[in-house]
Design a protein around this ligand. Structure first.
Ligand code: SAM
Length: 454
């Protein structure tokens, strides 16, 4: 019989009540959002609205008796909410993320082994010399050709000059790679805070830009660096540096086979992209343009869009598919009811698109999404131990008003794959902010947790 070692749930930022009801089900309408994580140490180092609450990880560990030394798997690990939480709690973690920039964010958030006294001296030195560098150069520097057009539209000129000089200073002066990543992430986090444009997610609206006052990018950066430093202090005060569990942050594709043994994983926690046409590749456009990693839509497609599971019409090249056969036969053979539910909706969407101005490829988006999710679920089933849970935070969707009950369908797919049980716990109703839009469908949408038991 396995001996469970109790988790210490009193660590950093972890002392608020668990979002579980008395009967042990998930509750808390914001578990599927990044709201709590925005205030939590380390989680707040990058605002990723596609991320979920660190409390979801804690609640799942508590509910399903996950102990120190156990293994958690996250096939869509994003900016590392599962990995960071598991590392704080002594649980080994294996996460996969396909988006290189988002993966780098998680990697940087997972490095906590700085010598803090030394770091403190380096910080002070770095901050004062970088301030001096910016002040000495801000008058003369020319930004001509430094960025794609979008970046100029987001800032007042002086703020952008400060950001640019900080970028150059970090690249030239921070010699140690961990230190450089730390400052780069601080500057990355500064980008949206210091913008005068509407840089809320998912898309940027540069129109608003010149109406807002300059933010003082240098000042914003300084505050962010200090907050990050304080987070490291809290983390190190609650743990012994060097004695961390494993936190394997894999840059890869979770549709493929992972370097994990059959049954190695005690629990899988994740939130896949929803089937709601958000283009994840475009969400980090400002950041990757700023760092010079991408310069155009084509770069973003090559670097990110083509590597992610299908969840947006911008990822689809229609000529590659026949809508009649796009949904895999493998899905049909494993879960005939899922196929029977989806196939008529896919064909309905194929007809509907011809009547709409945008002619969006929602038909193929639905088929390809389920093909992809199916591969991820198959691999997750393989690596999970018997009795282990696979918990997914999910929302349903209604492209062109055709309701796709993603949560139920994923639950049913799981049963087809061999999971013995499927539960659903609703967290909240979604889509309310669109209710006055006459163009919008009126299907009520929800977000909740699908729990599959192997
Ligand atoms: C809803 S987000 C997960 C966010 C994560 N829970 C967090 O808190 O940061 C889904 C993530 O899946 C990633 N993704 C999409 N396709 C993938 C694939 N084939 N393999 C691995 N990750 C993928 C996206 O880039 C995105 O970051």
């Amino acid at each position: 019989m396995k001996q469970y070692k109790q988790l210490h749930l009193t660590g950093v930022g972890l002392d608020e009540p668990l979002p579980l009801e008395n009967n042990g089900l998930y509750s808390g309408k914001d578990l599927g959002t990044f709201k709590d994580s925005l205030r939590a140490p380390v989680h707040r180092w990058f605002k990723y609205p596609a991320g979920y609450s660190y409390k979801f990880v804690r609640a799942s560990f508590e509910q399903f008796d996950i102990s120190q030394g156990d293994w958690v798997y996250d096939p869509f690990s994003g900016t590392g909410t599962t990995l960071v939480s598991a590392k704080q709690l002594g649980v080994n973690a294996y996460g996969v993320e396909a988006h290189t920039f988002v993966h780098w964010v998680a990697e940087t958030k997972l490095y906590w082994d700085f010598d803090l006294d030394k770091l403190n001296r380096q910080f002070n030195n770095f901050l004062s010399t970088s301030y001096q560098f910016v002040q000495d150069n801000v008058g003369d520097v020319s930004l001509n050709g430094a960025f794609p057009e979008l970046v100029y539209k987001c800032y007042h000129t002086n703020d952008l000059k400060e950001l640019y000089l900080l970028r150059e200073f970090i690249i030239q002066e921070a010699s140690d790679s961990h230190l450089q990543n730390f400052f780069k992430l601080a500057l990355t986090n500064t980008l949206r805070e210091a913008a005068a444009a509407g840089t809320g997610w998912p898309y940027i609206s540069p129109r608003a830009s010149k109406d807002k006052p300059a933010k003082g990018a240098l000042r914003v950066f300084g505050k962010i660096v200090q907050d990050m430093f304080l987070d490291l202090r809290v983390i190190q005060a609650n743990n012994t540096p060097g004695e961390w569990p494993q936190a394997l942050n894999i840059l890869g594709d979770s549709r493929e086979k992972q370097n994990l043994a059959n049954g190695q994983i005690d629990i899988a926690l994740t939130s896949p992209p929803y089937l709601n046409n958000y283009d994840y590749a475009d969400r980090t456009r400002l950041e990757t343009y700023f760092w010079g990693i991408t310069k155009s839509w084509g770069d973003i497609t090559r670097e990110y869009r083509d590597k992610l599971i299908t969840a947006a019409t911008t990822q689809i090249r229609r000529s590659k598919y026949d809508v009649e056969t796009a949904l895999n036969q493998e899905v049909k053979s494993v879960a005939a009811d899922v196929y029977k539910t989806l196939q008529p909706k896919i064909l309905q969407l194929a007809e509907l698109r011809l009547q709409k101005g945008g002619k969006k490829s929602y038909d193929l988006m639905v088929a390809l999404y389920f093909n992809d999710i199916f591969q991820v679920m198959k691999e997750t089933y393989r690596v999970l131990r018997k009795g282990g849970r696979f918990c997914l935070i999910l929302g349903d969707s209604a492209p062109y008003g055709v309701h796709i009950q993603t949560d139920n369908l994923i639950g049913e797919l799981g049963l087809g794959l061999g999971f013995s049980n499927f539960d659903y716990h609703k967290l909240r109703t979604r889509g309310g902010k669109w209710k006055d839009n006459p163009q919008r469908h009126s299907v009520p949408l929800r977000e909740g947790v699908v729990v599959l038991t192997k």
